[in-house]
Design a protein around this ligand. Structure first.
Ligand SMILES: [Zn+2]
Length: 225
């Protein structure tokens, strides 16, 4: 019988504020596998003083430059070969481009890809309704509204909308996301690895669907109908 030695090489895809980071974290905790994200890898890079690749990447970041995609790829490949990934990992924030998906294909044996689907309209609503004050208190005009939409209830400072949350900015981010993601989705669909989850459901329901799908995969791997 074929036994996959690393049964949980899992990828989580989805637009911003789809809740994909939360789901990745939940699944990583449930399965006791590492949550691998490019954000965390890049964040912890400076502490890896003995790693020449990490130091090269850190020098880009110190200069405020974008880290070249090729270096990010190598970091991810290095990360998922570490001992703690012996049963797999739950990864989010990668791949972001079709080229990265192809790179991952050559450096990993992905078991399942989850796409947390949320409509553009919902994303725009979730982001454009956010208001913050200068002390970092965050409100949402619909989901956690302050008494006065222009004043922070916690500290009394004026509320404003961050540039990143403005409708036009969100729309252009979504355009980039779809442009890259369409190819990635097709890539994993052709391999039979893609599972789409409705991310507009309650967080608990999203989580349960992911777990159910993983159990189905395991059942078919051990031949239990
Ligand atoms: Zn405040």
């Amino acid at each position: 019988m074929f036994l996959n030695e690393k049964p949980f090489e899992l990828i989580f895809l989805g637009p911003p504020v789809s809740g994909k980071g939360t789901q990745t974290e939940l699944i990583a905790k449930t399965l006791d596998i590492p949550h691998v994200s490019t954000g965390v890898i890049l964040h912890s890079i400076k502490s890896e003083v003995d790693n020449p690749l990490a130091q090269e990447v850190a020098s880009y970041m110190d200069q405020g430059q974008l880290v070249p995609s090729e270096l990010v790829n190598r970091l991810v490949a290095e990360r998922i070969k570490k001992d703690d990934c012996k049963f797999g990992y739950a990864m989010d924030g990668f791949p972001r481009t079709f080229e990265q998906a192809q790179f991952l294909d050559q450096n990993a044996d992905v078991d399942r890809v989850f796409l947390i689907n949320v409509s553009d309209q919902t994303i725009i609503e979730r982001m454009s309704g956010r208001r913050v004050c200068k002390n970092g208190h965050t409100w949402h005009l619909k989901y956690s509204p302050p008494k006065d939409p222009t004043i922070c209830d916690t500290c009394g400072e004026p509320l404003f909308q961050r540039d990143d949350d403005k409708e036009e900015t969100v729309k252009s981010r979504l355009e980039v996301y779809h442009r890259e993601m369409d190819g990635i989705i097709k890539f994993y669909e052709d391999k039979g690895l893609m599972t789409k989850i409705d991310g507009e459901q309650h967080i608990e329901e999203v989580y349960q669907q992911i777990v159910r799908s993983l159990v189905m995969d395991l059942r078919s791997k051990i031949g239990w109908k």
